[in-house]
Design a protein around this ligand. Sequence first.
Ligand code: SF4
Ligand code: SF4
Length: 390
Amino acid sequence: MKKNFKYTKKGSDRYIVGETEQFDQKNDMFKRMIWDPDIKDIGKKFYMNPVHPQTKQGYHLKDFSMINAAWQLEDHYGNGIWGGKKDLYDWGWNGEYSYPCVPRGLKIDLENPQSVTDAVRKAGQFYGAAKVGICQFDRRWLYSRGYTKKGTPDAGESFDIDLPMEYKTAAVLLIEMDYKGVACSPAGPATAATGIAYSKMAFTAGSLATFIRGLGYKAIPCGNDTACSIPMAIDAGLGELARNGLLITPDFGPRVRICKVFTDMPLVPDQPIEMGVWDFCMICKKCARQCPSQALSHGEPTDKPHDSSNRKGVEKWHIKAKKCASFWASQGIDCSNCIRSCPFNKPPGILHDIVRWFIRNIRPFNRIMYWMDEIFGYGRQQNPEKFWKK
Ligand code: SF4
Ligand code: SF4
């Protein structure tokens, strides 16, 4: 089977149509829920109200317990949703291994940069990434400032990021989310699928950073912190931007989470790709229809932001963050309908590869592909009890 994408010259640049400033992390939806008077009440409800099990399927105690356990590693040893910089996302390392006792100061021979790049990619996959792409780091995607929690769930603070200039390259890692879990969205198993992906991010990015440091180079592992992950993933040849505001990848559609490792190691970058997502989104709109809060656009892409959570100068389908946050707060757990419903969200397989090949190569067929997706019932919510079956 041929690849279901082609290489292209433009990475995240293709969406920039005007002057764009670095994004301040305090403006992302989850951070605004802490400090922005316009959305703070929603935040209080989301972060502080107790969530009681219900008789409704997908909202039982076992579902909520599954969610809490899934988030455990991110919450206690990661913090990549907030400021990062500690535990598995620690920026520093004392240069010593306990086992095996490799001496300090060794450096890998970089005579063949491609083979070292391949080793870094292999290591990322070995530690848990479904895909690893490499990009030259475009500092426009660095946050102007970071934002982190401070003591109680309703308090936070901004901080300077200070990513040194020698970090010119990044390995961008995709963590696949559980297909059956996401299929239950917005019920509990989908939130558990999100949580376990975040926990895997912390483990995978932290391990890869340690691997790179062991080769004698500097490495900084990050989750959502420090820089915008989606444009970096586009630059690293991992996918395209879509109507749902997410990265669409050739193999998993939007059913991925993204983490990254910045390094001073001169890795060989991957080429950006193109797989027909933009044109398909123009006719599809399934995510917009399936969004319970109507936070997604049914219209044309635009460079006009709705509020501070959207970025100026970028042409895309901007999301209404406040509406999305309201829905999350109303049910006490998150939602993945915009992932679940997307026709690109399919488990890998020959049939689905053929469909993606048509989308990329024969665009007049897009409508037929869309209707086939509807007829076969893809993207509809699955009964959460099915998730629990063997
Ligand atoms: S997460 Fe849910 S509520 Fe938010 S944009 Fe996606 S579908 Fe809409
Ligand atoms: S559901 Fe359709 S419109 Fe939405 S992101 Fe996926 S392909 Fe694009």
